[in-house]
Design a protein around this ligand. Sequence first.
Ligand SMILES: *[C@@H]1O[C@H](CO)[C@@H](O)[C@H](O)[C@H]1NC(C)=O
Ligand SMILES: *[C@@H]1O[C@H](CO)[C@@H](O)[C@H](O)[C@H]1NC(C)=O
Ligand SMILES: *[C@@H]1O[C@H](CO)[C@@H](O)[C@H](O)[C@H]1NC(C)=O
Ligand SMILES: *[C@@H]1O[C@H](CO)[C@@H](O)[C@H](O)[C@H]1NC(C)=O
Ligand SMILES: *[C@@H]1O[C@H](CO)[C@@H](O)[C@H](O)[C@H]1NC(C)=O
Length: 199
Amino acid sequence: MKASFIASLFAFAAATAVAQYTTQSAPFYLIVLSQNATLNGTALDACHEGAAIEGLCRGGSIAPSTASTTLFQFNTSSSSNTTVDQAGYLSWELRGGNFNLSEPMGLAFNPVSNVAVPLFTPGNEDSTLVSFDKNDLMNIGGYLDDRVVPPTQMTQQYYRWYICTTYYGYTYETLAWVLGQYPPENPSCQKVHVKRVFA
Ligand SMILES: *[C@@H]1O[C@H](CO)[C@@H](O)[C@H](O)[C@H]1NC(C)=O
Ligand SMILES: *[C@@H]1O[C@H](CO)[C@@H](O)[C@H](O)[C@H]1NC(C)=O
Ligand SMILES: *[C@@H]1O[C@H](CO)[C@@H](O)[C@H](O)[C@H]1NC(C)=O
Ligand SMILES: *[C@@H]1O[C@H](CO)[C@@H](O)[C@H](O)[C@H]1NC(C)=O
Ligand SMILES: *[C@@H]1O[C@H](CO)[C@@H](O)[C@H](O)[C@H]1NC(C)=O
């Protein structure tokens, strides 16, 4: 492998590690787009998976007037702008009795499955950078293609979102992310896109 390639990968990792994601967007809803009319247009709501841990559950139709639909924010690095496909953290605010805590989304991996579950947890250690494209669709950037030998640097946005019956702390119908190019091994998974709609 070329030294410049390795150097640029490390530079990317370092930039990701030190950047502060404290530029917060206006609040928005997350809406599911699907070929399945039952799912299409429904919102994703934060749902309890454990102490201070929330998943993204299939909710009802967007209902801004009742304020029952969950709002999210997008936290980006102050060094950059809200440009298309800029990476940042999807965040959700945990409301405590006497505190509010903004929690980033991270994918929880099961080593024996290709289906990962997005969770909001305290702290940025296990969080996953996401982007929104010009159509406000949520995606994840890929930077290394290991389907070729040797693995090769690339930049591509992926949209591997599904709605699946998952289990983390509870059995729910939640948003899920499928790892790699193959279909989800969980037979309940239905392909969707996730769109942000500002409140
Ligand atoms: C997002 O940005 C806001 C405003 O700077 C900050 O209070 C919050 O802690 C950040 N959330 C995350 C998950 O980084
Ligand atoms: C899903 O909903 C969107 C927005 O309402 C609509 O434009 C689209 O045609 C719907 N798709 C299907 C397959 O029903
Ligand atoms: C549409 O989604 C609902 C909710 O997940 C599910 O019960 C139903 O089986 C799906 N329909 C089809 C045709 O896949
Ligand atoms: C942010 O984007 C706007 C519009 O594209 C541009 O005018 C401005 O210079 C950018 N600011 C920074 C800090 O990059
Ligand atoms: C938490 O946020 C809500 C809504 O912005 C606000 O009304 C409340 O006072 C905040 N609580 C604390 C402890 O800051």
